[in-house]
Write a protein that binds this ligand. Sequence first.
Ligand code: DMJ
Length: 630
Amino acid sequence: MIFKTLAGKTSVVGLRLPQTFIFLLVLGSLGFGALFFLPETSRLKRIFQHNSDSSAVITDSVNGQRAQPISPIGYGLIRAPPLDIGVLRSKSQLSSSNGKQRNNNKGRSQGTVSMEHMSEGDAADNKVHTRGVVVSSRARSPVRVKLRNCMLKPPYGANYGKPSDPESLQRREKVKEMMKFAWDNYKRYAWGENELRPLSRNGNDGRTFGGLRGASIVDSLDTLYIMGLGEEYQEAKEWVENNLNLSVGGEASLFEVNIRYVGGLLSAYYLTGEEVFKRKVVELGRNLLPAFNTPTGIPHGVVNLAGRSTGGDLGRSSVLAEFGTLHLEFVHLSELTKDPIYTEKVMNIRKHLNQLDKPHGLYPNALNPVSGNWEQHYVSIGALGDSFYEYLIKSYLMSDRTDEVAKRMYYAALEAIEKNLVQRSPGGLIYVAEWRGGILDHKMGHLACFSGGMIGIGAEHGSPETRQHQLDLAANITHTCHESYRRTPTKLGPEVFRFDDGAEATAPRVNERHYILRPEVVESYMYMWRLTHDPKYREWGWEALEALERHCRLATGFSGIIDVYGHIIQHDNLQQSFFLAETLKYLYLLFSDDDLLPLKDWVFNTEAHPLPVIPRNCSQKTEDTDRWPA
Ligand code: DMJ
């Protein structure tokens, strides 16, 4: 969540001001780490860049636009499966091809980018129709790359998560079309800027990222890649390579830069193995470190990326969801750089939080980075708190379930939340209220709807007695969030919905009725689908998609709307970068088979950027019992 901290206090003032509206954007929620696993560079290269004598060629295209060379790459035990995407090359290469058939097997190092994905087994001659083109895969030999101690799992299963039932396949194609549409319009009107303003047909840079640009590009890299939008991925990659300047001097939100840029680059690196992403993310990680120069090591909310100062004002509070949402990315930064400093920084935060007194076991939203004490006793699983909790359980999962401290902290926090915040409305809806020094505020933010998915993925790792209960809680919260959508004429949910004065998952207050293309509700549908395979979650996702198409799609991109209850739709003129990073990615995964980015191997950061689980037997020194200090 994006919150502005005012001198001495946290205020719920959104950082973004789409048009005349002040939106309270909240950035969401975090937790842990694990060391060792991946990739020394050389290892990664072996994973991603093998020498293959296999090739595949798109022999022609229906519309004659281009021919695409395919150069299989692999992760591990991989073969070239039937393709549903081609390989992409830079635009310049494409334009010089004149649409002629290509049989280019030079591989990535020659500038060819393979978007071919991998599966286990050997490749035989495959012919498939994809995007109207016949693809012939002539991979002759399997590529088997084994790492000595560990293996990075491929993100794709046998068939790129292609769903077997035709309806889901069609729906998935629709999501992909939406992504391409959003991307094309961003490219046309706002290329290089942070976000598209579709009504005014220009870009929005704002101040959130302190002068960093291209947020939509970095946030989209992995989505484009997994959807097989190869040409677009290649454009994005080239922009990062040539234009992403990371040493800008403005004040950037540490949280936002971390979840979108660090998360986006890490994930692009792990998915593709392209060195440029590693180079960039390592440089950016270094630039974030001054934020931690406070007496307690609890970072400021803002940082000067030119690396000179914290950029922060020591009088400001630090926000739980901001300093608590660094762990996943920072542990991976240490992993990539072999420099423990990143892990040390986030372990220090955890240690501090772990030893603080917590009212009723709850974590208040704001902390003073000088004294290290809570600023107030406001608690929320939505704005200002959310992704802190998310990162606890995900830290445990990303550590291949070795990070016991994160696990303990997560389940203890969940217990306190259940005891103090979880409520049942008169109409029987389960919701998570907010807490102000012991007094409940009976409302839920759209942001808090991520908790259905979070509690769902946590359920299976808790104690056996609580498992079913937690899964039910996850399902109930997801149901309530769906109700917040269903009870509006647009079928999109409001920013905040209430359960008081007769309201039941509705938004009586005019200033809480906006929908800014947020992902949290479809995020929970995706997780709940993966966990239960109850078809209702796919149906609910489809309802949301149809509503997005009907109300948020303009001729020039997607836009949030001002009032989900309005009969005349007004747009906020902003295509948020998280729409491309999260909303569309989660929808795509919802309609895919589970072996696309399987949850046992990948953990999504709070901006939906997948980060690999770090296998416990993958490290140089797993016996280090002090890895997860309390
Ligand atoms: C995203 O930037 C992230 O999901 C964050 O955790 C919360 N806010 C937005 C989306 O709503």
